[in-house]
Design a protein around this ligand. Sequence first.
Ligand SMILES: [Zn+2]
Length: 104
Amino acid sequence: MVGFDLSQLPWASASFDDDRALILDVIVAAKARTGWNRLGFAPSEAWLQPRLDQFRTLIEVFAIADASQNNADVWSYGGKPEHWTVCPIHDIYQHSYGCVLCHD
Ligand SMILES: [Zn+2]
């Protein structure tokens, strides 16, 4: 099981509304199966679709006041990146340990 604490995403007051709108757009795209062909496995729609709806509800009610103010919590996985790199295979941003789709 993989998970994360929503409050520990790198939220910023100045861009909070746009960032939250982006995540809501990503949820809409995920519900429409956008990019599922790049996953390397077939997600269970019966399991995933209701969870995407639950995630959308969490994002909709999340407020900047709920965001962690502790950078050690926010950047606990590999630290804050010094630069952003894109996976040449999947054309997505990589985290400190590589691409989530390449399973680096
Ligand atoms: Zn990749």
